[in-house]
Ligand binder design. Structure first.
Ligand code: RM4
Ligand code: MN
Ligand code: MN
Length: 423
């Protein structure tokens, strides 16, 4: 970056940053530690978030939306270039199956672009055969088909050097009596066991839960407790994945996070935001306070002394799982990453010692106030400073809009036809 530009930006942000830094230091917060943590933050973006997607009713095509996996990787690389904290991209198989089947080449392409392949997401919900489910299906042949796909995904992990197999199942039943609930549980257990046995050496299996949709009477992995119980049986490298859109109204997600951290079984997140159901809106847009509280659990575990919470928090895979239907593709992904950065920053400036003191003294109001004050702090000058120190644009969203990338892909890729929901 040209020196004058650097100086101009420093002069623009410095006074606000200096004030904030001083204020935080006075509260006993080491700003250098906070900045170092922010620089290490990593949020994985999903390949499918760059392609056209829609609701059950309509998928509106977005000009320039990615179609090929190379294009999705290109877009993920742009998000990383702008933010500096989105170094990997999750893939969905078969949506991202390379035409020539060459996954090593896919990995190399990503590396060339400056990102790596993250979680591998098997898809066992879109083939005709899966009408009655995959692992829970009463037919042994269909279960086998799903298992074979999972094992193929374990192999893809090896070839892409991914260390996460991320599982979500559309399995369940719509009507009482449709199938045996205990039978389905047994089938799940047995098939998951086989997948676990085939994981690459350092690979982790993350198991997502969802309390409804597309099954409405019973889903086979309905909640974190079920996922946790399956993981316990599988082994240490099986952990729960929390998708923020997969809970009933009013559920205290930060408490789930706290429990799973304490048990060493929180594996990862699918970040998004919801108002009613699995809305897949941009993370931090509906309820930023909830996101902050979730990050507070993660930060206090990661920087605390308790094991296994501390090491578990440090290995959590932060992934975005969103569906951008009317707001563009790359810009909302940048904003989502920034929303996570904002929440993380606020969680890092909670004065932990003062909070612990208030908590143990039973000072209810004071404890709440300390937390709320951190949430209310305007951390934008701090984030701008971190961006400058990381040599990424101080304002990544504005820089993206000014970069000309959107115009370029619109011209090059045009508008691709859409059919239904996910493409
Ligand atoms: C599910 C779940 C999965 C995602 C699918 C498409 O609701 O969140 O993670 O891969 O949608
Ligand atoms: Mn998800
Ligand atoms: Mn979902």
């Amino acid at each position: 970056m040209a020196d004058e530009l650097w100086e101009y930006r420093m002069s623009k942000f410095s006074p606000a940053y200096e004030m904030l830094a001083e204020n935080l230091q006075a509260q006993g917060i080491n700003i250098e530690v906070v900045k170092a943590a922010l620089k290490e933050q990593a949020i994985e973006t999903p390949s499918w978030g760059y392609a056209n997607s829609g609701t059950r009713f309509k998928a509106f095509p977005w000009p320039g939306a990615a179609v090929t996996t190379h294009q999705k990787i290109d877009d993920a690389a742009v998000v990383h270039k702008m933010t500096g904290i989105a170094p990997s991209v999750a893939i969905h198989i078969p949506w991202d199956k390379p035409e020539d089947g060459d996954y090593v080449a896919m990995r190399e392409y990503a590396e060339e672009k400056g990102v790596r392949i993250g979680a591998v997401n098997p898809n066992v919900f879109q083939d005709e055969e899966y009408r009655l489910g995959s692992f829970g299906n009463p037919s042994p042949e269909v279960q086998m088909r799903a298992l074979e796909h999972m094992l193929e995904c374990c192999d893809i992990m090896e070839r892409t050097q991914s260390d996460i197999l991320s599982l979500w199942f559309a399995d369940g039943t719509n009507y009482a009596g449709q199938d045996s609930l205990r039978g389905r549980k047994r089938r799940f257990e047995e098939n998951l066991r086989q997948v676990y046995a085939h994981l690459p050496e350092n690979g982790r299996l993350l198991l997502e839960y969802k309390f409804f949709e597309p099954a409405f009477y019973a889903t086979d992995v309905p909640d974190w407790g079920t996922s946790y119980a399956f993981c316990l049986k599988l082994g240490e490298r099986a952990q729960v994945l929390v998708d923020l859109g997969h809970h009933a109204q009013g559920v205290n997600i930060e408490q789930i996070v706290a429990f799973l951290l304490g048990e060493g079984r929180l594996g990862g997140f699918h970040f998004n935001n919801r108002k009613y159901a699995d809305d897949d809106l941009m993370v931090g847009t509906v309820n930023p306070f909830e996101l902050f509280l979730i990050y507070c659990e993660l930060s206090s575990a990661a920087f605390g002394d308790h094991e296994p919470g501390r090491s578990t928090a440090r290995k959590v895979a932060y992934m975005i799982d969103q569906s951008h239907n009317i707001e563009g593709k790359i810009a909302p992904m940048i904003l989502s990453v920034l929303n996570c950065q904002d929440a993380y920053a606020k969680s890092l400036i909670v004065p932990a010692a003062r909070l612990a003191e208030a908590q143990s003294a039973g000072e209810v109001l004071e404890a709440h106030h300390i937390l709320a004050e951190a949430f209310r702090t305007d951390v934008r000058p701090l984030l701008a400073q971190v961006h400058l120190e990381m040599s990424v644009p101080a304002d990544p969203l504005a820089a993206y809009h000014a970069s000309g990338y959107e115009e370029q892909i619109r011209k090059e890729r045009g508008v691709s036809a859409t059919s239904g929901g996910y493409q």
